[in-house]
Design a protein around this ligand. Structure first.
Ligand code: ADE
Length: 215
């Protein structure tokens, strides 16, 4: 069972997706669990502040250490083995290979930063720094969802219909899926490749392997 505890100020931005489709199915089947921690609960002072201005000057506000450390420690107090993931544009670029390599029998705490960044000392409590690509988003919520979705869909039993063997045969070497078609066999002059209508499964398998895209 994989578990994600998401530390965020914007639970409402994340939760609907996790309650939909395959992510929900994974929870329903007992293959995944999602939990939330409201970073605001660990904020400082009467306003429960979680950010402050950068030393040395500069624009914007940075996530402070104290709320982040105490929020993470509150989760680790119950599960010291939990690993911390920080979505950040300066992390390792996420890809299918990393998604496959992430152990699925583990508990991950995903910290979603906001504002213009975070105090660098936060990195001392982080196990994985992950970037979704060379662009900057306003927060870690979208990266958190992408990381979760790409990992959870690989758990055997989450995707309906496909046997794990089938997934295996096409996922070695980071193959993307082959082109697929459904009815009708001809649509506005565009025809489904003849071989897929042939019923010759050996030939069809060969065609699919040939036409799988590489990541
Ligand atoms: N936070 C802001 N931008 C990001 C990115 N590109 N990847 C991961 N986390 C981010």
């Amino acid at each position: 069972m994989i578990k994600f505890t998401i530390i965020t100020l914007f639970r409402e931005a994340i939760e609907p997706y996790l309650k939909t489709s395959m992510m929900w199915k994974a929870v329903d089947k007992g293959l995944a669990e999602f939990d939330f921690v409201n970073l605001r609960d660990f904020g400082l002072g009467p306003h429960k502040s979680v950010d402050d201005t950068p030393y040395g000057g500069g624009d914007g506000m940075l996530l402070r250490c104290e709320p982040v450390f105490t929020a993470i420690e509150s989760v680790k107090a119950k599960d010291p083995e939990a690993k911390v993931i920080l979505p950040t544009p300066v992390g390792e670029i996420w890809n299918q290979k990393l998604a496959k390599e992430l152990p699925i029998d583990a508990h991950y705490i995903i910290l979603c930063p906001h504002y213009e960044g975070y105090d660098e000392r936060i990195l001392s409590i982080v196990d994985y720094k992950i970037s979704l690509g060379k662009y900057v988003l306003t927060g870690g919520e979208l990266p958190a969802l992408i990381i979760i979705d790409s990992v959870v869909r690989l758990i055997p039993g989450v995707l309906g219909g496909e046997t794990s063997a089938e997934i295996e045969s096409f996922s070695d070497g980071d193959n993307l899926e082959y082109p697929q078609y459904t009815k009708p066999a001809e649509f506005r002059g565009m025809e489904v490749p003849e071989i897929l209508l042939s019923g010759n499964h050996g030939e069809i398998d060969r065609w699919r392997k040939e036409h799988s895209g590489k990541l």
